[in-house]
Design a binder for this molecule. Sequence first.
Ligand SMILES: [Fe+2]
Length: 250
Amino acid sequence: MIDLHNHILPGLDDGSSSLAVSVEMARVAAADGITHIACTPHISPGVYNNDFAAIRDALQVLLKAVNTSQIEIGLSIGADIHVVPDLVECICSRKAPTLNNTRYFLLEPPHHVCPPGLSSLVENCLSRGYVPIITHPERLAWIDYHYDALCEMQNAGALLQVTAGSISGSFGRRARYWSERMLEEGRVDLIATDAHHFERRPPILSRARDIVSRRMGERMASRLTLENPGAILADKRVAANGVLADVPVP
Ligand SMILES: [Fe+2]
């Protein structure tokens, strides 16, 4: 399995607090059957002022430590990029890293309000050749009122990433309801852990994968935890909602 949303890098955000915690997270992930992690700390101006250079440097340190600890896991650069007015410029100028330097990047909308310009921001990114992966829509407080808007963004070419813990029930009934509904409606493009620690919010994908496999079949489980994330890492096209997103590589 491939996990494209993980706060494993130490000391950059509210995820791992130390290199030892990060190494333990890598160990737990590898034991769960995860072979590759995109390291995606928050980028949120004024809160987490991370940029490409800071994330790259932290990734190098973790790569070395994981290697020394003989943990078999691949690590790539990435970021969990909050909605900001100059988002497109941050990505185009490589101030904010995309996932493994591909056309795909994690876009984290605000949890409590749907920003009025979100759709046009997504369209703007797509028109510049970048594909936003909207993180954990099932956990957003405003999904009840704006689910249609999320579907429209996906129809336009954005991807939707659901949290593994929402499917397995760690985020409560509401997140489980939306993750199940989105799965049934074919709205989930990939599942990721959004891990922050090895025990609290751990990097575990297998539980959600097993649930999807039982309910929707092995093919779908594999698609959401391996094939689609793998295509993203390789900068290949991903079938979004049954329609191939044909976006030129920037
Ligand atoms: Fe996150």
